[in-house]
Write a protein that binds this ligand. Structure first.
Ligand code: NAD
Length: 366
């Protein structure tokens, strides 16, 4: 039997997520061949030699990697601030692009990137939101689509990172754009996924009425200098009347929790009500205990496999993608408006063009 063609991919970025992606690309994707890996960080060549097949070539320079590795597509898994220029470079080189969320920390750059991607209709462009690729979230979506929950009127989410005593979240904040942009974009996307936010609109350009965010530096006081918080609350009122509420945090002590309640008129569905690592319970003098997932990489481990498989199928067989560039854009506008709302202590309304109405930001955070 003739062997199936495989998509040749280069991976840019070998950090926390990139290292996981590298192993998935090399060993868990039958339709993908990892041809190259690139990171500017010294010592990354050793990671490639020690962990990946000998056929994977290491590059220190992303442009060299994109132009000369023989890749047809690229997965960009670098720090957020570098996404936009790397996406544009890859598209100019003629590569299909998959890039970790978010495209950028500001809406104008996001728009520029999406205009560039739309100008290359022959190239696939995917920004995967991991919850859409999770089996439980997909099962809840099926319930919604079959009408088993009735009319979905609200979504409530929590996304709570494990507290990190090294202060990682403070240094991370300098580059991340803030908790609403970095973490909240997932919650916004999953809210949009279940709330059917493009239906029932008088003006199809305007999906959102208003947003408001509040936050605290409950543990990491230094986050204030980046206009950031370690616990944030977001409310989004969509133009079709549906509501999303989210609690985002970086201070949980038992692990990482990420729960979504889909509220329908007939029933509610709760995904990850208890973000356990497995189904084992310990019953002892403390009562009944379960172990919590340490981070998003463990809770959503299969999503990071499923999204790559979908990307390969989309390129090789011309199939559609679950997340569209417009989903990334709409989520980015809401996330940026929430970050602004928190920083400036005001609600943000959206205009008839669907743009958040934000003045030039005042000096600093709360
Ligand atoms: N659930 C999710 O979808 C999810 C989860 C975690 C992270 N992310 C996203 O993935 C991205 C990476 O996150 P991370 O936690 O792995 O970050 P990280 O800081 O651990 O790693 C980033 C890596 O990129 C490298 N790098 C930076 N600029 C580069 C360049 N120009 N060329 C080549 N390499 C470069 C750095 O040296 C570093 O090794 C972020 O944008 C983050 O938002 C998504």
């Amino acid at each position: 039997m003739a062997s199936q063609p495989r998509l040749k991919i280069a991976l840019i970025g070998l950090g926390r997520l990139g290292a996981i992606r590298a192993r998935i690309l090399a060993f868990q994707q039958p339709r993908i061949e990892l041809v190259a890996a690139c990171d500017t960080k010294p010592g990354s060549d050793e990671f490639v030699t020690q962990n990946l097949p000998p056929s994977v070539k290491y590059y220190a320079d992303p442009e060299d990697c994109m132009r000369n590795s023989g890749a047809q597509a690229v997965l960009i898994s670098t720090a957020t601030a570098t996404h936009a220029p790397l996406i544009c470079l890859a598209l100019d080189v003629g590569l299909h692009v998959m890039c970790e969320k978010p495209i950028s920390v500001d809406v104008i750059t996001t728009e520029e990137v999406l205009t560039k991607a739309k100008s290359k209709p022959n190239l696939k462009f995917l920004v995967p939101f991991c919850r859409r690729y999770d089996d439980s979230y997909r099962a809840a979506k099926e319930l919604v689509e079959k009408g088993e929950l009735g009319e979905i009127h609200a979504v409530e989410t929590t996304c709570l990172d494990q507290q990190d005593p090294t202060g990682f979240f403070v240094t991370f904040s300098a580059q991340s754009g803030g908790i609403f942009v970095d973490m909240g974009v997932h919650d916004i996307d999953i809210g949009r996924y279940y709330l059917n936010v493009t239906s029932g609109l008088k003006n199809p350009k305007k999906q959102v009425n208003r947003v408001i965010a509040m936050g605290q530096q409950a543990v990491y006081g230094e986050l204030a200098k980046y206009g950031d918080c370690d616990n944030g609350w977001a409310m989004v009122e969509f133009a079709n009347g549906k509501v999303l509420t989210s609690h985002l945090g970086r201070t949980l002590t038992n692990g990482f929790e990420s729960c979504t309640r889909v509220c329908g008129t007939k029933a509610h569905s709760v995904v990850n009500g208890n973000s356990t690592i497995n189904r084992v319970e310990i019953r002892d003098g403390h009562g009944v205990r379960t172990a919590t997932t340490p981070d998003a990489f463990v809770l959503y481990d299969k999503s990071f496999i499923n999204d790559l498989a979908e990307f390969a199928t989309a390129v090789l067989d011309g199939k559609p993608l679950t997340c569209t560039p417009d989903d990334a854009y709409e989520a980015a506008k809401i996330a940026t408006a929430l970050q602004y709302s928190f920083r400036n202590g005001v609600p943000v309304y959206f205009d008839d063009e669907g743009q958040p109405i934000m003045e030039v930001p005042r000096a600093s955070g709360n």
